[in-house]
Design a protein around this ligand. Structure first.
Ligand SMILES: Nc1ncnc2c1ncn2[C@@H]1O[C@H](COP(=O)(O)O)[C@@H](O)[C@H]1OP(=O)(O)O
Ligand SMILES: [Mg+2]
Ligand SMILES: [Mg+2]
Ligand SMILES: [Mg+2]
Length: 332
């Protein structure tokens, strides 16, 4: 299968998973469980989303393995049979099938043998990125990246709650194939041709003082005080806009934000490939630039983690060097 065909399958899979997530989040609102600290609904949605994506990919492109965030261990023990039942209902498949689908995501390129052909090309999947946002009824993403020879070559980024200009209802799925641009598609829809959407592009802003910066809502995920200093050094008067998940990559890719800062909170935290692969694919094809805080390209060839990088800086491109320099000064 060529990349276009793979990404077409990916778009179908991410759309189906988005619909599952939207339904679970609506149930949360109806049940009044939002923000009450009950983690179980999000767990159901994480597993169901991974089952749906992996199930569709298994059918459409059986040769490709998935590096997914979730595994079925928790669902296979007796005490969690109830959880498994709910996952199966939301995923729309029998329990055993859901477990099998989820475990298609357990591939680890770092431990596979040197001559294992599965290492050449695989998916990176975050079935729900931004689980904290999901629980708060805010932003989250279903993120699927395509990695070939250790490089991101395509991606599908579903953001069911992201408001989009000219659309009455929120929700968008961004799609990119390396070298062919980035496109936006509605969450609903049956035409999964990646290039049939509307072309998206980053902003052209380069004057530092007017940059629109975004960052995580969670202070544990990014050093917010350092980002405030970066913004101040650039002469920006507005505070960074806080948003959960890879929806931040989407905002920069669509030109509604200019920079996304993810500044390390502690030494030793290694970013996961599924937290960035889809976002990087979409943003780079929309014309943007992504590096770590030291200005190095993200290295997706190390397995499940971005072992050679720390933090992330994603921008529209024209302002990248200036932002990286300011981050360098703020982090000392
Ligand atoms: N210390 C940390 N630094 C950066 N990212 C983190 C940290 N701890 C968890 N994360 C990850 O941040 C992502 C959410 O980011 P955002 O704040 O942009 O929405 C999650 O995938 C989460 O991973 P996890 O799946 O372990 O919770
Ligand atoms: Mg994540
Ligand atoms: Mg996740
Ligand atoms: Mg998680």
């Amino acid at each position: 299968m060529n990349r276009d065909e793979l990404i077409e399958a990916g778009l179908e899979a991410v759309r189906a998973a988005c619909k599952v997530c939207v339904r679970v989040q609506a149930d949360l609102v109806n049940a009044g469980t939002l923000e009450k600290g009950d983690k179980s609904p999000v767990t159901v949605a994480d597993f169901a989303s991974q089952a749906v994506v992996c199930g569709i990919l298994a059918e459409r492109c059986p040769d490709l393995v998935v590096v997914g965030e979730e595994g079925s261990e928790e669902l296979r023990t007796g005490e969690h049979r109830d959880l498994l039942g709910r996952v199966a209902v939301h995923a729309g498949m029998p329990a055993e099938e859901a477990i099998e689908a989820i475990d298609r995501g357990s591939f680890d390129p770092a431990t596979a043998g040197d001559d294992d052909p599965r290492k050449d090309r695989y998916w990176a999947l975050d079935p729900i990125d931004g689980t904290k946002g999901f629980l708060r009824g805010e932003q989250y993403a279903v993120a699927l990246g395509l990695i070939e020879g250790g490089e991101v070559v395509g991606g599908v980024l579903g953001c069911p709650n992201l408001a989009v200009d000219g659309q009455d209802e929120p929700g968008v799925v961004l799609v990119a194939v390396k070298g062919a641009g980035a496109y936006r598609h509605p969450v609903e829809g049956t035409d999964h041709d990646p290039h049939h959407g509307r072309k998206i592009a980053v902003s052209e802003r380069s004057v530092p003082g007017v940059l629109r910066v975004c960052e995580s809502v969670e202070s544990g995920h990014t050093k917010q005080d350092a980002a405030a200093e970066v913004v101040r050094m650039l002469g920006v008067t507005a505070d960074p806009v806080r948003m959960d998940s890879q929806a931040k990559y989407a905002a920069v890719a669509m030109g509604v934000a200019d920079a996304y800062l993810r500044l390390p909170t502690r030494p030793g935290y290694v970013e996961r490939i599924w937290d960035h692969a889809a976002g990087v694919a979409v943003l780079e094809e929309a014309g943007g630039t992504v590096t770590d805080v030291d200005g190095r390209r993200l290295d997706f060839s190390k397995g499940r983690g971005l072992d050679n990088n720390r933090g992330v800086i994603a921008t529209n491109g024209p302002c990248h060097a200036e932002v990286v320099a300011a981050v360098g000064r703020a982090l000392g």
